[in-house]
Ligand binder design. Structure first.
Ligand code: UT7
Length: 330
């Protein structure tokens, strides 16, 4: 491969409003102890009414562009991973493109659920590797509170709102940037995690609203089983494929859905806790935003330096799952 894509800038945005476990105890029959022991979550952020995924995505994008030293007009392409677009169409990518003034870019949304950021990044990287484009923006943004039923204790304790973004550019150094990815999907998992209403199968009616079909449904136990195996498998596969020893991995940044799923994947590749990025306690599951949000925080905290090997891994609705190997470029 002659040209690789590298991440040249990163940024994130989280809303200021905090919804903690104590507050949820007043809303549904749950306890702080249950939520922490079963998931690792202490609090999550909630975006205010009247604002949506494009708002968060644009703010994260501006930070990422500044971090990369790239002007919005220089962007060729914007790929947005989200399951909570502002609306079905136009795409959230178009809304962000307009908001940040990326007047020379085209954009498209990708629905890969919790694996969306990995799918979007792999797609954006192709345009760089082919030599077609020089500057691509990838955004993961989800306002999960907009599709969460706050009377359902099975799901409402899990999710939060956030966005994060990366800029991709050609890497000028060998073996640096996005080195590889393993991406998977299996649609036989479709009935275990979904939002049934509002699409062409069940367009919005009084019935769909009454039956709460515009909210997330999850069979947690089943998803848990598949997630533990799926995320650990692809993490192990990418490590073995590249013959990387656990000592050489600087940071593992997994999708933040459940601390127990993260621990299982980390154990499979023998990573000690200090090499695993955990921020689920602060933000819960922010779907397409979890991995770039973790990356952005790690970068801001000085936990990654040029030349470090970083591994991303995710599992989500579909089912979708995947891993990605990155050698940090700056
Ligand atoms: O990001 C996309 C991918 N999603 C995931 O990876 C999520 C995967 N699943 C999970 O993380 C876990 O399955 C959950 C955190 C969703 C649930 O944890 P669990 O240990 O699998 O619990 P469970 O669903 O088996 O439920 C155990 C019990 C049930 O009561 P019974 O039937 O045993 O009497 C639930 O009704 O816990 C009950 N329960 C709760 N209790 C207090 C479920 N939610 C709550 C709650 N507070 N919030």
């Amino acid at each position: 491969m002659s040209v690789r894509a590298k991440i040249s800038g990163i940024g994130h945005y989280v809303p200021s409003k905090v919804l903690d476990n104590q507050e949820l105890e007043k809303m549904v029959e749950t306890t702080d102890e249950w939520i922490i022991s079963r998931t690792g979550i202490k609090e999550r952020r909630i975006l205010e009414d009247g604002k949506a995924s494009s708002f968060m995505g644009a703010l994260a994008a501006k930070v990422a562009l500044e971090n990369a030293g790239v002007a919005p007009e220089e962007l060729d392409l914007i790929v947005v991973a989200t399951v909570t677009p502002d609306m079905f169409f136009p795409s959230t990518a178009c809304l962000i493109q307009h908001e940040i003034g990326a007047k020379n870019a085209w954009g498209v949304d990708v629905n890969g659920a919790c694996t969306g950021f990995l799918y979007a990044t792999a797609m954006g990287a192709q345009f760089i590797e082919s030599g077609r484009y020089q500057k691509v923006l990838i955004v993961g943004s989800d306002k999960m509170s907009s599709i969460t039923d706050y009377t359902d204790r099975n799901t409402c304790v899990l999710f939060g709102d956030a966005a994060a973004a990366v800029v991709l550019e050609p890497s000028t150094e060998p073996d640096t940037g996005i080195l590889d990815y393993i991406l998977k999907s299996d649609g036989s998992g479709q009935n275990f995690l979904y939002m049934k209403g509002g699409g062409s199968l069940h367009p919005a009616t009084h019935e769909t609203v009454e039956n709460k079909m515009h909210y997330i449904y999850q069979d947690g136990r089943t998803v848990f089983k598949f997630a533990v195996t799926g995320m650990a498998d692809v993490t192990e596969q990418i490590v073995k494929k590249h013959n990387i020893k656990s000592e050489e991995i600087k940071l593992f940044i997994p999708h933040q859905a459940n601390l127990r799923i993260i621990d299982a994947a980390a154990q499979r590749v023998k990573l000690p806790p200090e090499k695993v990025l955990i921020n689920i306690d602060k933000y819960g599951n922010t779907t397409a935003a979890t991995i770039p949000l973790g990356l952005s925080e790690a970068y801001n905290d000085g936990r990654i330096q040029k030349g470090d090997y970083i591994i991303f891994a995710a599992f989500g609705a579909g089912f979708t799952w995947g891993s990605m190997l990155v050698r940090w470029a700056y």
